[in-house]
Design a protein around this ligand. Sequence first.
Ligand code: PEP
Length: 235
Amino acid sequence: MHKIIVANYKMNGSKKLYRSIQNKLNKLELKDTELILCPPFLYVPFFKLSNSNIHLGVQDVSNTIDRKSTGQIKPEMLKEFGVEYSIVGHSERRILGETDELVNQKIKVLLSSGMTPILCVGEQSKDENLSIVIKQVKEAIKGIKSHFKLIIAYEPVWAIGTGELPSVQHVNEVARSLKKILNKLDVEYKILYGGSISNENFQDMAKADIDGFLVGGISLEVDKFIKIVKGIDNE
Ligand code: PEP
């Protein structure tokens, strides 16, 4: 089955690091796995991807195409540089005030320009109820009537960068609940898991009923990242 692995480089990297990442990833031979690399905006034009299995994404996008939006970047600008995807609603942006309403606006802006959102959702702590995640998804896609594409990354906030992972059963339960909602809509979707994926744990988590991973920290360690990508591609 077609798998997706998203690399969220966050506010990391340098020209030197991205040159080395790019050289190594461009040489990868993949059977049925798509990589989506999400560097900081500034480094987007620096990426020269010659591998048809690798695509460019960013980590955020403007919630409006209003010209009076100092500091924002809109999809039309990103598309000029070959960007096809944008992460939306990452917990590290929600902390800064990205509300469900803003996430919904950003998704609509992306879809209206033909880009695909990578929507991040997840509960803050282990004892929180699954209904939080369901609500985040419902609010994010509210009011979208026509056919659309969406990648959802289920990322429990307590698992991001902590080395702690939920069980496969828990991830399956979340995926099952999301599918129940999404299957009623005119949406082509993929569900990924994100949070502390490493070389040690990716094979276990790959047993969950998901379509791939969103990888943060380890995506910067390109040799380790490649092992994860190859492991998933060979499944
Ligand atoms: C993330 O930033 O979304 C993420 C999953 O990070 P990490 O893999 O480092 O936990």
